[in-house]
Design a protein around this ligand. Structure first.
Ligand code: FAD
Ligand code: SF4
Length: 328
């Protein structure tokens, strides 16, 4: 690991003022420190923001909740209001990693965790995300776990977060402090980006911007919800495919629908066409199957990850069915 200096930020001003182009914020460290040990990330300076006071969960003026960026994934998933109003989020978060990691990992860090593409982690291999211009090892290599939507010839990696798939289905806004001390709000759908020609950038954050909060839209899916995660083993594994599904039923038809997939793109993949299709329809098998067909219609898999198309359709139908049958 490359030597670095360590600063513990006592407040937001100190964190922002200390930031330079070779700095990294440190929260739970569950992703950043692993990457530093592998020399994938080589910051000169670490600014520890884990004890800043963005560490509570409060009610917000959109009739939703605001999650502090430094609240741990475990405390968020187990929070009484989150469990009651956003059980879909809680379920997705509890499917991630292990209890130990969820105790350390923070909400801000979860949004910024890097891809699990094996070439990204191996500094002997080409990877445009790690070293822009070096090539993409996965494009003609081992790509069974890679994207089927929205990739480019520069990068075909997927976003690994479970939390973010649920946030895409529910709707949220990310609050960040800019380096000049002012703040801005980013709609969650615009937070992560597709790789295009610059896969080194996972999000639309500018250098040095500090995430302070995630504002959740008013709760809509506290009754009919399900997070389905398909993975190679039941713990310590990232999603091959995941689906976050939630809906409301009024007069026998679905009146509001949130549907997103993980493991299929460089960003949490919102299934807008399927959502639109389901609104006003009865929650039944044939409508769920038609929505799944629509959702996967434009998938462009590689030879090794063709399985994701069929698996994705089945996962959508199963998640919607479970959401329908489930009673909170
Ligand atoms: C073995 C293992 C299994 C895992 N399995 C899963 C899984 O199944 N599903 C899943 O979703 N995740 C999984 N994870 C990933 C885990 O959820 C992330 O590592 C964690 O959420 C990152 O949070 P952190 O606070 O530790 O971030 P850190 O490692 O501290 O930081 C991550 C990145 O975010 C930046 N950052 C952190 N906080 C802020 C902030 N407030 N503002 C701006 N930048 C910030 C850091 O500079 C760094 O670049 C797994 C991790 C491990 C090690
Ligand atoms: S898919 Fe992306 S992260 Fe993986 S090797 Fe290619 S450029 Fe790197």
């Amino acid at each position: 690991m490359k030597p670095f200096t360590y600063i513990k930020a006592s407040n937001k001003e100190k964190a922002l003022q200390s930031f330079s182009t070779t700095s990294h914020y440190l929260a739970g460290g569950t992703n950043l420190v692993d990457l530093m040990k592998e020399n994938v990330e080589q910051p000169d300076q670490i600014i520890d923001v884990s004890t800043l006071n963005y560490n509570i969960i409060t009610k917000n003026d959109k009739a939703g909740l605001t999650l502090g960026a430094m609240v741990s994934n475990a405390d968020t998933a187990n929070n009484k209001d989150v469990r009651q109003k956003y059980p879909l989020l809680s379920m997705a978060m509890l499917s991630a990693a292990t209890a130990q990691i969820r105790n350390m990992a923070t909400n801000g860090g979860n949004l910024l965790q890097r891809t699990r593409c094996p070439y990204f982690f191996d500094i002997a291999m080409p990877c445009n995300k790690r070293v822009p211009g070096s090539g993409c090892g996965a494009l003609n290599g081992m790509n069974a776990t890679h994207a089927i939507f929205g990739y480019s010839d520069k990068c075909i990696a997927t976003n690994p977060s479970d939390m973010c798939v649920a946030l895409a289905a529910i709707g949220a806004t990310v609050e960040v402090q800019k380096i000049d001390g002012t703040s801005r709000m980013i709609n969650f759908k615009d937070f992560h980006r597709l790789p295009q020609n610059e896969p080194e950038f996972d999000t639309t954050l500018s250098k040095g911007e500090l995430i302070t909060a995630i504002h959740l839209d008013a709760s809509a899916f506290s009754e009919h919800y399900y997070y389905l995660k398909i993975r190679e083993r039941s713990s310590y594994a990232f999603a091959l495919i995941s689906v976050a599904a939630g809906f409301q039923i009024s007069n026998g038809v679905m009146s509001k629908v949130g549907l997103a997939m993980g493991g299929v793109a460089h960003q949490p993949w919102k299934l807008l066409k399927a959502e639109e299709f389901l609104i006003g329809k009865q929650p039944n098998q044939s409508n769920f199957e038609a929505a799944a067909e629509l959702a996967l219609k434009d998938a462009k898999p590689f030879e090794a990850n063709k399985y994701k198309v069929d698996m994705g359709k089945k996962a959508i139908v199963r998640a919607l069915t479970q959401a329908y049958e489930r009673k909170a």
